[in-house]
Each structure stands twice: as C-alpha cells, then as structure tokens.
Design a protein around this ligand. Structure first.
Ligand code: DSN
Length: 412
C-alpha cells in the first residue's frame, strides 16, 4: 500500500488499524471471514474503473471484452458449485439480492411467509422496519420448543395465508432446514419457493450441507460469509425465472454492476471448487460442534438445542444472568469479537438482548481446530466470570493476542 501511505495518511492509518485488529483478535462474528490475497487483489483491480450495464454479450457501453470474460467466469463457476440452472452475479449484496427477487416475482401487497427475526430469520425477510415490509405483506413463522421449524404449523399457516412467496433461510439459526418438506408445502399452496442461503453457502459449496438449489425456485446468497468471497450478493434460479430475475436486477433495481467485485467473486468461486475448500467446510462443522459442547459444559444455554452448521446462539441472560450486550462488551475487551443477538420471542430489546451469536468460519480459515475451540470456550467462560474486572480482562486479552499471532491471516 505504498501509494496510499504516501498520499493519504488518515485512510492508511485506518486500514492499518483494522489490519492489526483483525490480526490480534479472534473473529467470532458468524457472518465474517478472511478472503485470500487473490480475492483482495481482484477487488482492488482496474475493473473498478469500468461501467458495464447489461449482461455478457448485451452491454450498453463499449469496451466490454474483459468484463464479459470475468462475469461469464463467475457465472459458470457458480453454476458448477451449486448445480444451478441460472445465476446472476450482479447483486451488490444480500439485501439487494432479496429485494430484486421480491420485485421480480411480487406485486405490492402480495403475501410472503418468512422466518421470524427473533427465531433466526433476517431483517430482509419481512421485519417491519424494512422497505420490503412496507411494500409486501409478510407473515413470520417460528421454531418449536425443540428448536426446529414447525412444518405442520407452517403448512397450516400457508394454507390460511395463501402466500405468493415462501421464504426459507436465516441469519441466526443453527439447525438444518427440511428443504423437501418446505418446498412441498410451497407447491401445495401454489407459492414460489425461495431460500436465502447466505449464511451457509460455503458449507453447501464445501459439500457438508445439502444443496437447496435443486429444491427451490429461487435461491439468494451473499458471497462473503462462509463462502469466503468478497462482500457481494448472487441469485440462483430455475431457468423459468431467469428473465424476470435479470430484468429486476438490471435495469429494475441496480445500475452498473461492480466489476471488480464480480472478478473477486469469480476468484472466490474458483477457490471454493478446490478440494481444500471442502476440507475447510468440514473443519467449520467440527469446530462449531466442539465450541458448542465446551460452552454447554460451562453452563451456557444453547438456543435451538444444538448447532448443525457454523453458528451457535447462546442464551446468556437465562443461563448466566448477564445480557448479550454485557458479554459482547466484555469479549471486546479481550479481543474476541461477537455480536449480541435476540433469542426466540426475546422480551429484551435488540440493543440489549438475551443472547450472543458466535460463528467459527473466520477462525477456521485461520487454521484453528478443535483444540483451539476449547481454548476459545474457556476464554468466553473467563470473561463471563470476570465481567466487572477490567484488570482480569486485560490479562486475558494479552493471552488472546499472543495466541492469535500464531495464526496469521494469510500464509506469508
Ligand atoms: N449482517 C449479516 C449477519 O451478520 O448475519 C446478515 O445481514
């Protein structure tokens, strides 16, 4: 970053500060990861200079030889990874990808079933504060006391509400979804089926979780979570929806695609097609399981009963008598980054909820395994016990920093 250093010290210092934070900290935010140097290079490439409204072979501006090449690569690799009939790699991120789908297949006022936010769903699946909830008519479905989606209740709800779209997917749910049952219900009531696989796309690409793409009409994802690509979105769908999805993306919702980002997506999909990515995905599941088991031993309550993916939701208020916000802040002090999170039907506010959400993709990318998960669980327990002792937390922080230095972000 020689040029940046010379030209703009303020931004340079911020980048260096973030780099140090990432190197010396334990990243347990379930939706974060570390991209490879190759992905970073593609992101910082000259493609950022280029406008390319349209699609490969059908652009509105000249000079598209290489944008066509790189977008076609991203599409072909994504199709192969997820066995998709059609892929659009242009959505800028997950929320726009979802909005593009809604605008492609729904009319204002149409009914949609989505997972309730406090049961693990995402804001863009119909939370009242979002634009989509002002335009469309969402109803939330929930999990049962065993932490599973109650498919009988969902079927009843679907028969009653007669939705135009049924949406599966989540951002804080640690269990598997029965794709067959879900899509059968959608079929029975004549709804389009949609899955937002953003959180688990990397585990699907890595072949450790079932691929929803063959089951659902339309699947959306981000490319930066478990999939370990640049921040971005993508829509995969059956051929029948290809035209409406592409039109809804451009010119319907977005302008020029971010070609540097699409180049980086192509690189990340290329990485995800390698056997080493499957190894990473297998380790993510192993690490999450060990972390869950250790935390359980320390008396933390595991929401939804267990984890079957990369994330764990803990009810810290009802098992440890502290709020999610308190624990998030204490963990920040020891360089362990997590996010506070609501639990199902949480009576507490989202800014000071009962839970915290943990995820292991980033630490797995760094090379941490079962042994390291045990250590992380021990530190989380120590932070809980010493929540009011800045001195004790400072001591733990020094241990965490020393430990993290043994796991570089990139192999030098
Ligand atoms: N912010 C992402 C997450 O943390 O799950 C999803 O939007």
């Amino acid at each position: 970053m020689k040029s940046l250093k010379q030209q703009d010290q303020e931004v340079y210092q911020a980048v260096k500060g973030e780099e140090k934070r990432q190197k010396e900290g334990m990243e347990l935010i379930a939706s974060e990861n570390y991209v490879s140097r190759a992905v970073l290079e593609a992101l910082g490439s000259v493609f950022t200079n280029k406008y390319s409204e349209g699609y490969p072979g059908k652009r509105y501006y000249g000079g598209q030889d290489f944008t066509d090449q790189v977008e076609s690569l991203a599409i072909e690799r994504a199709k192969k990874l997820f066995r998709a009939q059609h892929v659009n790699v242009q959505p800028h991120s997950g929320a726009p990808a979802n909005m593009i789908v809604y605008s492609a297949v729904l009319q204002p006022g149409d009914k949609v079933l989505g997972m309730d936010l406090s049961h693990g769903g995402h804001l863009t699946h119909g939370h009242p504060v979002t634009l989509s909830a002002q335009i469309y008519n969402f109803t939330g479905y929930k999990t049962n006391s065993r932490g599973e989606i109650d498919y009988d209740a969902l079927e009843k709800m679907a028969r009653r509400e007669k939705p135009k779209l049924m949406l599966a997917g989540f951002s804080a749910y640690s269990r598997k979804i029965n794709y067959r049952r879900f899509t059968q219900i959608a079929k029975k009531v004549g709804a389009i089926s949609m899955m937002d696989m953003a959180h688990i796309a990397g585990l699907i690409a890595g072949k450790v979780l079932t691929n929803p793409v063959p089951y659902f009409d339309i699947v959306t994802t981000t490319t930066h979570k478990t999939l370990r690509g640049p921040r971005g979105g993508m829509i995969l769908c059956k051929k029948k929806f290809a035209k409406v999805i592409d039109q809804a993306s451009f010119p319907g919702f977005q302008g020029g695609p971010h070609m540097n980002n699409i180049a980086a997506k192509a690189v990340a999909f290329g990485e995800a097609l390698q056997p080493s990515f499957q190894k990473y995905a297998r380790q993510v599941l192993k690490n999450a399981k060990v972390l869950e088991q250790e935390l359980k031993k320390y008396g933390f309550k595991i929401v939804f009963g267990k984890t079957e993916n990369h994330l764990i939701l803990l009810d810290v208020f009802n098992s440890k008598g502290i709020s999610g916000k308190q624990l998030e802040e204490a963990l920040d002090k020891i360089n362990i980054t997590v996010n506070k999170n609501v639990i199902p039907d949480d009576p507490r506010s989202p800014l000071d909820p009962s839970g915290i959400r943990l995820g292991v993709p980033a630490v797995t990318t760094r090379g941490m395994k079962e042994k390291e998960m045990k250590q992380i669980a021990a530190w989380i327990q120590q932070a809980t016990e010493n929540i009011n002792s800045d001195q004790a937390l400072k001591k733990i922080r020094q241990e965490v920093v020393r430990f993290c230095k043994k796991f570089p972000l990139h192999k030098e």
